[in-house]
Write a protein that binds this ligand. Structure first.
Ligand SMILES: Cc1ncc(COP(=O)(O)O)c(C=O)c1O
Length: 383
């Protein structure tokens, strides 16, 4: 073993699940681009692999690394964040069950629950997860799951993970935390009482805008068995090359996240008090509603900043089109800075619902470029 569970975050990011290849000594986990594996005797595999939907060594490496970084015993890598979300719902809930989702959830999560979960027999409520009393009030006898995002997409709301875990467990429900915005470097929900952590690894974990992927991690053996069974049975697995690229990104997560945070702090400072800016949403700002909780449960405050523009949607759209370094596009968490209008882009699926976002809102994924260049770009676009 080249790493131990108690070693530092970056040591584990680089070594967990990533022993030099036993056959050749290759220090980088190979891309096992194979669908099947030779067996010497019927039913006896050489290393536990029989078919790549059930298991693939490149995927295993990613799963072990992710589990280690979240302080979990088990990890599972999916074809997308939504595939991980779908698996969570089908593995844990049954028709008739109720779940609570944030009132500012990622639009795709809302669509999955509302358009696929409900016809399947689920019921759901939305609640402001930053308000524990509101969550308590939304609990029902048939509530089996609280689905938390913190920080939320795109309003950067903060929820108290330990408080939510307590509410869920007192009622025999479970808590899932979508940790996509924070990444395991900034926040480790299992240590705060969550039962499952979900990632869109497309974002900070992969970090280079070159893959779509998702993950579920847990330390609960029964949940782990259910995830493995559903992964194999439904087949929404991460392919070997995607798993390899994700692992390649994961190794530098700590370095990237610190730079994302440095740059986002400077961007939030620039926006705060700018005459063309209305409200700035960044949990690192002391005036942010969830600042205190974020300071307690996060290492730093992340690379996402949202803000409203004076002059409404028309002006917000103009700002989105005027930046040059901040590329107009969906997604987040890559090394390059992105700008988008959630109302018409990532969150179009919540238009007309209780989750509708302000139409003068802009969301920034602040990348790791030189911060001065980013500030000039934003200043020019706003002025
Ligand atoms: C918070 C959050 N969760 C889940 C997802 C879904 O992930 P994917 O796009 O990889 O399917 C996203 C995508 O934007 C997200 O932002």
């Amino acid at each position: 073993m080249t790493f131990q569970a108690d070693q530092g975050f970056s040591t584990r990011a680089i070594h967990a699940g990533q022993e030099p290849d036993p056959l050749t000594g290759a220090v980088v986990v190979p891309i096992y681009q194979t669908s099947t594996y030779a067996q010497d005797v019927v039913g006896e595999t050489r290393a536990g692999y029989d078919y790549s939907r059930a298991g693939n060594p490149t995927r295993t490496a990613l799963e072990q690394a992710l589990a280690s970084l979240e302080g979990a015993r088990y990890g599972y890598a999916f074809a997308s964040g939504m595939a991980a979300s779908d698996t969570m719902i089908r593995a844990v809930l049954r028709p008739g069950d109720h779940l609570i989702i944030p009132n500012d959830a990622y639009g795709g999560t809302f669509r999955l629950v509302d358009k696929i979960g409900v016809p399947w027999g689920l019921t759901y409520s939305t609640a402001p997860l930053g308000d524990l009393d509101a969550v308590r009030a939304a609990m029902r006898p048939e509530t089996k799951l609280i689905w938390c995002e913190t920080p939320t997409n795109p309003l950067l709301g903060i929820a108290d993970i330990a408080g939510l875990a307590d509410i869920a467990h007192r009622s025999g429900a479970q808590l899932l935390v979508d940790n996509t915005f924070a990444s395991p470097y900034l926040q480790q929900p299992l240590a705060l009482g969550a039962d499952v952590v979900l990632h869109s690894t497309t974002k900070y974990v992969g970090g280079h805008s070159d893959i779509i992927g998702g993950a579920l991690v847990t330390s609960d053996e029964a949940l782990a068995e259910a995830f493995a069974f559903h992964l194999k049975s439904m087949g929404a697995v991460a392919g070997p090359f995607d798993a390899w690229l994700t692992l390649r990104g994961l190794r530098t997560l700590a370095l990237r996240m610190d730079r994302h945070c440095d740059n986002a702090e400077a961007v939030a400072e620039l926006l705060t008090g700018h005459p063309r800016v209305g409200h700035v949403y960044y949990p690192g700002l002391p005036a942010h509603q969830g600042h205190q909780v974020a300071a307690e449960q996060m290492r730093r405050f992340g690379g996402m900043v949202s803000f409203t523009v004076v002059g409404g949607q028309e002006e917000a759209l103009k700002v989105c089109q005027r930046t040059s370094l901040f590329t107009l596009g969906e997604s987040l968490g890559g090394v390059e800075s992105l700008i988008e209008h959630p109302g018409l882009m990532t969150h179009a699926s919540v238009v007309g619902s209780i989750l509708q976002v302000p139409n003068d809102l802009i969301r920034l994924s602040v990348g790791i470029e030189d911060v001065d260049d980013l500030l000039v770009d934003l200043r020019d676009a706003l002025d």
